[in-house]
Ligand binder design. Structure first.
Ligand code: TRP
Length: 450
């Protein structure tokens, strides 16, 4: 029988630790790698605006719902629904979440590997001194087409995640986040100034901030919604799992607000680094997954102390990716610990190995398996698309329905107001979680399919 008091679980040491760890989960490749490239592919400013709407109307309410479910039950996603509605189909949300975590980490680990490689290549200076973004782009394509190198760095990324997650929540995950997230922010500010002062940068600012609504379609809105879930680590119980390690004294609402604001600030800031540079250097914004890997090394090549900045930047990106990767792994691991009674070590070893193996075809999707496509999408694209644009929004919508209508907003309020915490926006949140969030997700799905 699953219980929340399993001593294999562990707790956060402080509220700041929790907020930083949850931000560490949220802030990652989704902000730095994915957000700019899909913004570029989906038309710029209008996409950004829809994305922000999704964050506010859907992301924030679900973040609070996940924290609340987790802290109430002290369990993993499967156990949490099992505890609140035993034997009901709602438990399926938990299983879907574990599956989504599995799928996302399988391709996330590949991109995490790319970032480790760029630390190494910046130290050896082979990924520096580019004359043009085209040159940097070619260098990147050659690299991601190289099977041995890709597999090596992918395995390395997964191995580091594994070691941190074996150490457990407090000593491993929390400590890693405390200093590193603020440092990333400062570096990005510096890079933004550099980008904005390149000649021709304003064209990029315009693309990024000026909404051209003719570029919108239901498909674009679905991608924005999927990105809101992906970037905030929502819809699969990662935040639920993190909330399950949180003490009852903490204020869930302010934690949720902080995490959402930090994550969104970082994503917006990265856009202000990338797009001015893209336009200043005459690149195409719709370049795809290679966008930041061709733009940033070119920026580094052209700036004073660029080599040092490149190393620090990619090192921080590796860490941001790791703090996200471990949150994905932790969901799968918490499932085996709580539901199957496995020791942590066995759960971590098993989960990491299987996820790595499943990720191999994603790693090869830019080289050896580039031409293995189905409906024009590679294996990598399929896994990303299914998990990010379908499983996460669906999971999030079902969680909203569960909290709003099945478990009930009253029970949620009680949990949020423990230890005399006042929940000032109780009515607004209940309205959002019962009506706005589920209907918005449903409409986006319907509009996309019909
Ligand atoms: N949010 C992370 C990022 O932006 C990725 C991530 C970590 C994630 N945990 C998640 C995405 C859980 C979805 C669900 O890089």
């Amino acid at each position: 029988m699953a219980t929340g008091n399993n001593n294999q679980r562990g707790f956060w040491a402080s509220r700041l630790g929790f907020v930083l760890a949850a931000s560490g989960s949220a802030i990652g490749l989704g902000n730095v790698w994915k957000f700019p490239y899909i913004t570029g592919e989906n038309g710029g400013g209008a996409f950004v605006l829809i994305y922000l709407l999704c964050i506010a109307a859907v992301g924030l309410p679900i973040m609070l719902a996940e924290f609340t479910l987790g802290r109430k039950t002290n369990l993993n996603p499967v156990g949490a629904f099992q505890a609140l509605k035993p034997g009901s189909p709602w438990v399926g949300i938990g299983f879907m979440g574990v599956a989504a975590g599995f799928l996302i980490l399988s391709f996330y680990g590949v991109v995490g590997g790319w970032t480790i490689a760029y630390v190494v290549k910046s130290i050896t200076r082979s990924a520096l001194n580019f004359q043009s973004p085209a040159e940097a782009g070619d260098f990147f394509s050659t690299f991601i087409g190289n099977t041995e190198e890709i597999l090596f760095y992918h395995a390395l990324f997964m191995a580091i995640c594994m070691v941190i997650v074996i150490k457990g929540v407090h000593s491993g995950i929390e400590r890693a986040c405390d200093i590193l997230m603020p440092t990333l922010f400062v570096i990005l500010l510096g890079l933004m100034i550099r980008s904005l002062t390149l000649p021709g940068a304003m064209e990029g600012v315009r693309f990024y901030l000026y909404p051209d609504f003719s570029k919108l379609s239901p498909g674009v809105v679905l991608v924005a919604l999927g990105q809101a879930f992906f970037s905030l680590s929502l819809g699969m119980g990662a935040m639920l799992t993190y909330g399950s390690y949180l003490s009852e004294r903490e204020n869930l609402t302010s934690c949720a607000v902080y995490v959402v604001i930090f994550d969104t600030m970082i994503a917006l800031l990265v856009g202000m680094v990338i797009f001015p540079a893209v336009f200043a250097m005459g690149l195409e914004p719709a370049e795809g997954p290679s966008l930041v890997f061709s733009v940033l090394p070119t920026v580094f090549s052209s700036m004073p102390m660029g080599g040092v900045v490149a190393v620090i930047f990619f090192a921080l990106l590796v860490i941001a990716a790791l703090t996200s990767g471990i949150s994905l792994l932790e969901v799968v691991v918490a499932y085996f610990i709580d539901q199957k009674g496995w020791p942590r070590q066995k759960a971590v070893l098993f989960a990491s190995l299987v996820i790595f193996a499943f990720g191999v075809p994603s790693g090869l999707s830019f080289g050896a398996m580039k031409d293995v496509t189905f409906m024009d999408m590679t294996f990598f694209d399929w896994v990303d698309n299914i998990a990010s644009n379908y499983l996460l929004p669906l999971g999030g919508m079902l969680m909203a329905v569960f909290v709003g209508w099945v478990w009930g907003t009253r029970a949620a309020h009680e949990e949020i107001e423990k230890h005399e915490t006042r929940f000032h926006w109780a009515d607004q949140w209940s309205f959002l979680i019962r009506f706005v969030t589920p209907v918005a997700v449903m409409l986006v799905f319907l509009a996309h399919f019909f």
